[in-house]
Design a protein around this ligand. Structure first.
Ligand code: NAG
Ligand code: NAG
Ligand code: NAG
Length: 415
């Protein structure tokens, strides 16, 4: 040991405590020396530095240690240094460092965020003047291309990435090759086109002829009343054509354009076919030839209207019957008077049917009572009487030609 030795002690304590003299301070004749220079700062920002000081003491017995003068931690002191963050950053804790404003990074916020050089889209361009945080890159597409997805502007974000997504430029001048045939209108789409075809054409490129024969002048159904059993019905023959002048073939069941036909229904048909595409157009209508319809006869007062119910399209043949004592006025009407309506549509004699009236003179004899009287509207007597008289009349053809129908059941009685 030296006589007046100076003991340097390296202190590692971190805590800062107020200087505290040891009890042997005076005995050892202690003296604190000046602080050394501060060490260099540990960090560029918010670091720490320290300094030391030594003690001088006498070379007495029992005065050998630093702690014979002052407590251990008096020989060293620590302090924050470089207490700043660049660019407005805020110091938080020494083990975290600085919290930087957006767009700055680094422990001391001294670095600026930059984004990677943006790539150029296929068939497009990009423009930017800076890659720093907050700067913008703009995109555009080449002629005939359109941006179909992605962002036309992207910003450099705090994390060094670009906002949005990469745009995509796709071909839109798809009609430039004139793909639509036969006058179809082309509509540009994204890497595709659509054809709006003219009437009569279809297909992706309007290449299919779907035009059926075009028809004009198809007659409507005809209803003809005639008193004659046959009638010459005429109509206009429909015309079929093709706007593209393709061949048309037509078949019909009435090539002459008329029919001399009896009463009944006649279906007239014209079918046109276009062999080029096999499509057909049909004209179909019905010619109905009918006898003139007969107006309905009245039901006589106090009497019955009795008629045939079969073959009425050819003829209606009616008689008047009277209830009990009621009679037909003699002189005006004959009891056996037939009322007939045929294909002409007119009643002969013309209606209305006469009424049954109470006679002025009562007929006493049962034998004399007229045979057109009935007791009940709803029994078969009238019907049977009618059939009997019909068979004996000039209208008996209704029975001789249609014996199965000339029956009491087929007689209509209305009271
Ligand atoms: C029917 O009428 C048409 C057109 O008027 C005519 O050409 C034809 O000869 C007539 N037929 C008969 C049988 O009368
Ligand atoms: C006439 O009578 C027959 C059988 O008696 C029946 O089948 C037919 O439907 C009747 N006709 C009419 C028009 O009432
Ligand atoms: C039958 O009687 C009705 C009602 O009274 C009357 O309107 C009609 O004209 C009469 N018919 C005849 C033919 O007299």
């Amino acid at each position: 040991m030296s006589k007046l030795s100076v003991l340097s002690v390296l202190i590692v304590a971190l805590a800062y405590v107020i200087a505290d003299r040891a009890p042997t301070w005076d005995f050892c004749d202690c003296e604190l020396l000046e602080w050394s220079q501060w060490s260099s700062c540990t960090k560029q920002c918010y670091g720490r530095h320290h300094r030391d000081r030594k003690v001088r003491l006498t070379d007495k017995e029992g005065c050998t240690e630093y702690t014979h003068c002052v407590t251990d931690d008096e020989g060293s002191e620590w302090q924050d240094c470089n207490t700043f963050c660049y660019n407005g950053g805020t110091f938080l804790f020494s083990f975290i460092g600085c919290i930087c404003v957006a767009g700055k990074h680094g422990r001391c916020c001294d670095k600026t965020v930059t984004c990677a050089t943006p790539s150029t889209p296929d068939n497009g361009r990009r423009y930017y003047s800076s890659l720093n945080y907050g700067s913008t890159v703009r995109y555009s597409c080449n002629h005939d291309y359109r941006m179909t997805s992605g962002s036309s502007r992207r910003k450099c974000k705090d994390n060094g990435g670009w906002s949005g997504t990469m745009p995509r430029c796709r071909y839109v001048n798809t009609c430039s090759s004139n793909p639509c045939k036969n006058g179809g209108r082309c509509i540009n789409g994204v890497e595709s086109y659509t054809c709006q075809c003219q009437p009569g054409w279809s297909g992706i490129n309007c290449e299919n002829d779907i035009q059926p024969p075009v028809m004009t002048g198809c007659s409507d159904d005809q209803l003809i009343y005639t008193r004659h059993t046959t009638h010459n019905v005429t109509w206009s023959i429909p015309q079929f054509s093709d706007p593209f002048n393709k061949e048309i073939r037509m078949v019909t069941n009435y090539p002459e354009g008329f029919v001399v036909a009896p009463w009944g229904d006649h279906v007239v048909q014209y079918v046109a076919t276009k062999p080029f595409n096999g499509l057909q157009t049909e004209c179909k209508f019905t010619v109905k030839i009918r006898p003139h319809p007969c107006p309905e006869l009245n039901i006589p007062i106090n009497g019955a209207r009795v008629c045939n119910e079969w073959k009425i399209e050819y003829a209606q043949v009616c008689l008047v019957y009277c209830y009990k004592e009621f009679i037909l006025q003699l002189g005006s009407y004959k009891a056996q008077q037939w009322y007939i309506c045929g294909a002409s549509g007119n009643w002969l004699p013309p209606g209305p049917l006469p009424n049954c009236t109470m006679p002025n003179i009562k007929i006493i004899s049962e034998k004399d009572s007229p045979d057109y009287q009935y007791n009940s509207c709803h029994n078969d007597a009238i019907k049977k009487s009618y059939i009997k008289r019909l068979k004996a009349s000039h209208q008996n053809k209704l029975c001789t030609k249609h014996p199965d129908e000339c029956k009491a059941d087929n007689v209509s009685v209305d009271c």
